[in-house]
Design a protein around this ligand. Structure first.
Ligand SMILES: [Zn+2]
Length: 362
């Protein structure tokens, strides 16, 4: 069944129908971490060019950077930066003609005040506009004992559900720098989510509101030399099957999220798409694409980055060092890499956004 949604930020029921369209269509949306208007606009442009819907997300560090590293208070910067980025997306996304899920990434126990600060803004926005500022927030308490993880997520989901928001939780532990699990000393049982834990999460959270699960199936944040961790998408299938059986639900009842997808084998990505993964986070690879393109540009124009006017020829370099020139080169590098992500996740050409009418109608 095909659906059609108004382009722009999707929340509440529209968000749920987009997630369903992804799972039924066997594709997932790239969830791209952004840190400012360059990376954010690059995601919108790439989504439009590939006719795909997309998830735009901010980490706490990305949000802080968005507000400015000189912002006087770090927690306020994380809150205000995320809010500023959200307003930017609400204003611009619909003009790109695609649907955008607006999300924030990992918040561990220390970062709960960040989530609560964003929810204060989200509730005020909801009062005024009848819809939330964000589609969802992630709360990652996977380092805490399971019951503590779930009861805290339940408490926050109550606030979110009241304003048509969803929560993303994490069960198990995705390896990598962010989680303090490197390529060496890996405790394997922690890297694979237990289906019983997912069932418990379903029991606690589904009566309150919508939730998605970042499950660990050997995925690692960042890019590491291969061979240390075995990616096992069957872990996802086991969780789906257990919840479907115990709760008498249809196939793939859970909305699953793939963290640490950078550098994963394509066949494992394909397999995970058949198990109800609707979102795959991408950060490391798009960061590198942005930097690599600018690196090449600087190598090609070394004099322009050292002199305003060529010391030998007298040629002015204003056009070359104008930030618009080389930041645009970075955007293009990121857009090209995202094209690959839309293809890998099979979301290209599948935007559910209805054609834009109104502002640009002839
Ligand atoms: Zn993650």
């Amino acid at each position: 069944m095909s659906i059609s949604l108004k382009p722009g930020v999707v929340t509440g029921k529209e968000y749920l129908s987009l997630v369903r369209a992804c799972k039924e269509g066997g594709y997932a949306l790239p969830a791209v971490n952004v840190t400012g208007t360059n990376t954010l606009n690059a995601v919108l442009e790439a989504a439009a060019a590939n006719k795909s819907d997309v998830v735009i997300q901010l980490s706490n560090g990305g949000a802080e950077f968005y507000a400015g590293k000189g912002f006087p208070d770090s927690l306020q910067a994380k809150i205000m930066g995320a809010v500023a980025a959200a307003h930017h997306v609400h204003l611009l996304a619909e003009h790109y003609g695609v649907c955008v899920v607006l999300h924030t990434d990992h918040a561990n126990k220390k970062l709960i005040p960040w989530v609560e600060g964003m929810l204060d803004h989200g509730e005020a926005y909801y009062k005024k506009h009848g819809r939330p500022l964000f589609s969802s927030h992630m709360v990652d308490l996977s380092e805490e004992p399971l019951e503590e993880n779930l009861s805290e997520c339940a408490r926050l989901l109550k606030r979110m559900a009241a304003i048509d928001m969803s929560i993303e939780i994490e069960l198990g532990c995705t390896g990598g720098e962010e989680d303090g699990v490197g390529s060496d000393d890996i405790d394997n049982s922690r890297l694979y989510t237990q289906p019983e834990d997912v069932l418990r999460a379903y029991d606690v959270l589904s009566p309150i509101g919508n939730f998605s699960v970042a499950a660990s199936f050997g995925n690692v944040h960042g890019v590491y030399a291969p061979g240390n961790v075995q990616l096992r998408p069957d872990i996802l299938k086991n969780s789906q099957d257990l919840v479907a059986k115990e709760k008498a639900l249809g196939k793939n009842p859970l909305d699953l999220v793939f963290h640490g997808g950078s550098g994963s084998e394509k066949s494992k990505i394909d397999e995970s798409l058949t198990y109800g993964v609707f979102k795959m986070n991408i950060d490391t690879d798009t960061q590198f694409a942005f930097a690599h393109a600018i690196g090449d540009y600087v190598k090609e124009h070394p004099v322009a980055f050292a002199h305003q006017i060529d010391p030998d020829s007298g040629k002015p370099y204003k056009k070359e060092y104008d930030p618009r020139t080389w930041l645009r080169v970075g955007e293009k590098g990121m857009i090209e890499r995202l094209g690959e992500a839309f293809a890998d996740l099979k979301s290209a050409g599948k935007s559910v956004a209805s054609p834009v009418a109104g502002s640009k109608a002839a």
